[in-house]
Design a protein around this ligand. Structure first.
Ligand SMILES: [Zn+2]
Length: 321
């Protein structure tokens, strides 16, 4: 009896030791590609759907100004991040019930094949076709916002009117501005490739100043990052959201220190001043904001912090309306 018990114990111990040394590999699950980033929520009678266009690596040591790598690393470390970081590209679809309205279009095919350009996959997963999009609101003309307008020179959204502020059209279609404002030529090339096909087709409506564009949707000029940079406010039944475009690029460094600027700014001083103004306004009014480059879904609120602001993402929600 004793020996049988001993043998049983020894066998059990051997089995445990063996299973630790040679763990079995579960073949029940294999890694799958990430599913499209789609996040819908109600805003009054509107349905807003955040559509991920993917993420991009960003080297903050070379992109940022008004700071230094030591300070950048300190701010990143507080957010459990290390340089380079990954920036989201978020596109927003406003379904008003009558119209499908896109805020920006992501990068399209302009970055390398694996970077950005996932809008169409996300749009399809959300249940919409590009031909159903009636209007596109560009926060500004930069490739990561206007790139998705075209594919191989063709209109991706054949039935859409493109709304964009006149100062951006004027700026990006005058190449003399490249030397005048020390802006890389490629931005002007890309503006021509992405927006000009819609201009040629008579599908661009530019606006100046605060403008009511569509029922419940208003454009607000917020120049700085680009001369015609605009925010869009959607409002329905007493609820509202502001689409911020590139008021902020990098949450972990620019919320605590809004004065930090990025190489993509056409006018960095004006961009920083505009960011401070919008941050203060959003914090005081407790409005809901949506950022093109804030971590997906990029929707939340600003809260005053000891230093600058904290970004407070909305609570995750997944249930039927
Ligand atoms: Zn951008």
């Amino acid at each position: 009896m004793f020996s049988k018990l001993m043998i049983a114990v020894i066998v059990a111990v051997l089995m445990i030791v063996t299973s630790c040394l040679f763990p079995t590999v579960s073949l029940g699950k294999i890694a799958i590609a990430q599913v499209p980033g789609v996040y819908p929520f109600k805003l009054g009678d509107f349905t807003i759907t955040v559509l991920s266009d993917g993420t991009l690596p960003q080297d903050l040591h070379t992109l940022l100004s008004n700071t230094n790598p030591t300070e950048t690393d300190r701010l990143l470390q507080k957010n459990f991040l290390t340089n380079p970081i990954e920036a989201s590209i978020n596109v927003f679809l406003i379904d008003t019930g009558d119209q499908q309205v896109l805020v920006d279009t992501g990068a399209g095919t302009f970055f390398s094949p694996k970077l950005g350009g996932k809008l169409q996959t996300s749009l399809k997963a959300a249940g919409y076709a590009p031909s159903e999009v009636d209007a596109i609101l560009l926060t500004h003309i930069h490739t990561d916002h206007s790139g998705g307008l075209v594919k191989a020179g063709q209109l991706v959204f054949p039935n859409a009117t493109v709304y964009v502020a006149k100062p951006d059209v004027d700026f990006w279609f005058d190449r003399a501005n490249a030397t005048r404002f020390n802006v890389a030529e490629k931005y002007f090339d890309e503006a021509a490739k992405t927006v000009k096909p819609y201009l040629d087709a008579g599908k661009v409506k530019s606006f100046s100043g605060k403008t009511a564009l569509l029922p419940g949707i208003t454009a607000h000029p917020t120049p700085g990052h680009t001369p015609g940079h605009s925010c869009y406010v959607a409002a329905s039944k007493g609820e509202s959201i502001e689409f911020w475009g590139d008021i902020v690029h990098f949450a972990s460094v620019q919320f605590p220190k809004p004065e930090i600027t990025v190489a993509y700014d056409v006018d960095a001083i004006a961009a920083a001043a505009q960011r401070k103004k919008q941050f203060a306004r959003a914090e005081a009014s407790r409005i809901l904001v949506a950022g093109a480059h804030l971590p997906f879904p990029g929707v939340g609120h600003l809260r005053a912090a000891d230093q600058g602001y904290d970004w407070v993402p909305v609570d995750y929600r997944w249930r039927e309306p």
